[in-house]
Ligand binder design. Structure first.
Ligand code: ADP
Ligand code: MG
Length: 564
């Protein structure tokens, strides 16, 4: 070894290591999933870069990941023939965390084991999860395309520092050696590891190999005991026919691509043939990632072109308001040399986007009918994101609006459970508008005097208190041919809901009150733009209303908060 140096981990890494070791001890085996996942990414990456530079493959054989154990030494070794890392990359990748949301994650930790392990799991623990089972980790790696003398040896006990040194490494790729902790010795066992791999990694595209088992030695195979055998299917899951894939496999694949411990709420797997040929496998996650609202976060689908991995943040295939969707698109039409620019301007991508958007909206509609509980979970996590839809995607406005759930005066729970279809089904005779009220909170809305007349007439009003609601309603003019009316605004016309006697009485009252109105106007002066006799109150004497075309209170607060 030459050029040896000792470096400190970035502070966040130290914190993460501490937290991980303490909160994930009941979920130790995930280290294997993370390391296999990294090896698989590295293989995908090499194949992608070799499209432009075939010499990177250096005559290596098929892509493979090899896993072996040594009981006596207490080690597990994971080796891949993927892209490998240069010295700079080792220092950057295995010494820092560059992911967005790290600070939030660390702040969100409670010290409560169960909660924290969920948080970390959702964040994706990655390479550092090695330290859940190992008290020393060594990485031997060489970047494909660099000389054999430019190999790197990284090692650490996970306590704040790591060492890097230059070594000779004959093959490009990465070998990771875990020196198991006392108490984690069970993992130095091939059968134990096979079991884990079966569960987590059958869908991994590269072959995962382990030493041929002793049981085979009795057979004719001369390589028995020294050779390797594949322990996974090594067929990319989405390329297989739907009816041959079990739900467990779909779930495991989701966990692999989404870096999530939990199950997805729904998925949709489709092969499209004809004009455009592509396969898509799209998932609705069970919970929002940390970076849902980060502008530069890792949104998008994993894109493959004819099974060759291209990128895992292809955000051109779905609109922004569906950015929570995870999954894979494999296109038969795009070129392997596809670039960001091409993706942005390709008519093929545009029509795939249209079709995939439909697919997701249909999948959500189906989830809403099939499983109300799961849909409620979805809505709690992603409802606010979906509400960006009417503004972004005018063509699908009606479909998107049908997925919305609101609180309403129909029940007092304040839970967003009312769909627009539910609302339409409960409309009164003569009602031709959908009434709603926007405010800061459900409690505030429930007691709002604007609702008095609606209560009296038995007309339901939707109660909207998400930050985004007022803005969103600006883009949602109607549903199923019925216009929306903000009951907190302007002069309320109840249309046919008011009988002609009602109207005559209202006019009489307005006439009789002219003098009073003038006096109030005089008293309030500049503070109001108008004083009117209102028929919407049954108990309160007066109410403040927003002008028909003025911005409402919620938008005003948003704009003020953003300094406008
Ligand atoms: P993530 O996989 O989410 O990026 P990890 O902590 O798992 O985070 O890995 C950090 C980085 O280290 C990876 O992005 C990759 O650049 C590098 N890396 C890890 N394992 C390997 C490997 N086997 N081959 C090449 N690079 C690797
Ligand atoms: Mg990883």
């Amino acid at each position: 070894e030459t050029h040896k140096e000792t470096l400190g981990f970035q502070t966040e890494v130290k914190q993460l290591l501490q937290l991980m070791i303490h909160s994930l001890y009941s979920n130790q085996e995930i280290f294997l999933r993370e390391l296999v996942s990294n090896a698989s990414d590295a293989i995908d990456n090499l194949r992608f870069q070799a499209i432009a530079r075939p010499e990177l493959l250096e005559g290596q054989g098929e892509p493979r990941i090899r896993i072996s154990t040594d009981k006596d030494a207490g080690t597990v070794t994971i080796e891949d023939n993927g892209i490998g890392m240069s010295r700079d990359e080792v220092v950057a990748n295995l010494g820092t965390i560059a992911r967005s949301g790290t600070a939030e994650l660390l702040r969100g930790m409670t010290g409560e084991q169960k909660k924290d392990s969920q948080l970390i799991g959702q964040f994706g623990v990655g390479f550092y999860s090695s330290f859940i089972v190992a008290d020393r980790v060594e990485v031997f790696t060489r970047r494909a395309g660099l000389a054999a003398g430019e190999g790197v040896h990284w090692s650490s006990t996970g306590e704040g520092e790591f060492e890097v040194a230059s070594i000779d490494k004959a093959e490009p790729g990465t070998r990771i050696v875990l020196h198991l902790k006392e108490g984690a010795g069970e993992f130095a066992d091939d059968w134990r590891l096979r079991g884990i791999i079966k569960r987590y990694a059958d869908h991994i595209g590269a072959a995962i190999e382990m030493p041929r088992q002793a049981a085979d030695e009795a057979g004719e195979d001369d390589n028995a005991g020294t050779g390797w055998e594949s322990v996974n299917d090594a067929s990319a899951l989405w390329t297989r026919p739907r009816n041959e894939i079990g739900d467990d496999e779909y779930r495991a694949f989701y966990q692999h691509i989404a870096h999530d411990f939990e199950d997805p709420l729904a998925w949709s797997h489709n092969k499209v043939e004809g004009n455009l040929e592509y396969t898509s496998l799209l998932y609705v996650p069970g919970r929002a990632g940390f970076d849902l609202y980060h502008r530069d976060a890792n949104h998008g689908l994993k894109l493959y072109v004819q099974r060759v991995f291209i990128t895992d943040r292809a955000d051109q295939f779905l609109p922004n308001y569906l950015r929570f969707v995870r999954g894979v698109v494999d296109s038969g039409d795009l070129s392997l040399n596809v670039s960001r620019e091409i993706l942005q301007n390709s008519p093929a991508v545009a029509s795939m986007k249209t079709a995939l958007t439909r697919r997701v909206l249909d999948m959500l509609a189906k989830l809403a009918t099939d499983d109300t509980d799961k849909y409620a979970k979805f809505w709690a996590q992603f409802g606010e994101v979906l509400k960006e839809g009417p503004a972004e995607d005018a063509g699908n406005r009606e479909k998107i609006a049908a997925l919305f759930r609101f609180a309403s005066t129909h029940d007092d729970s304040g839970k967003p459970s009312v769909s627009l279809a539910d609302y339409l089904g409960r409309m009164q005779d003569g009602q031709d508008k959908i009434y709603y009220l926007v405010g800061e909170s459900h409690t505030q809305l429930r007691n709002n005097p604007h609702l008095e007349v609606f209560r009296k007439k038995g007309v339901e009003v939707l109660l909207l208190s998400d930050r985004i609601d007022e803005w969103m309603m600006g883009y949602l003019q109607e549903f199923d041919g019925k216009g929306f009316v903000d009951v907190g605004r302007g002069d309320l016309d109840l249309g046919k809901l008011d009988s002609s006697e009602d109207k005559a009485r209202q006019e009489e009252i307005a006439k009789a009150s002219e003098g009073l109105v003038e006096r109030i106007k005089g008293a309030l002066g500049e503070q109001v733009s108008q004083v009117r006799v209102s028929h919407r109150l049954t108990e309160s004497p007066a109410v403040l209303a927003v002008g028909e075309h003025d911005i409402g209170a919620q938008m005003r607060h948003l704009l003020e908060a953003s300094g406008q």
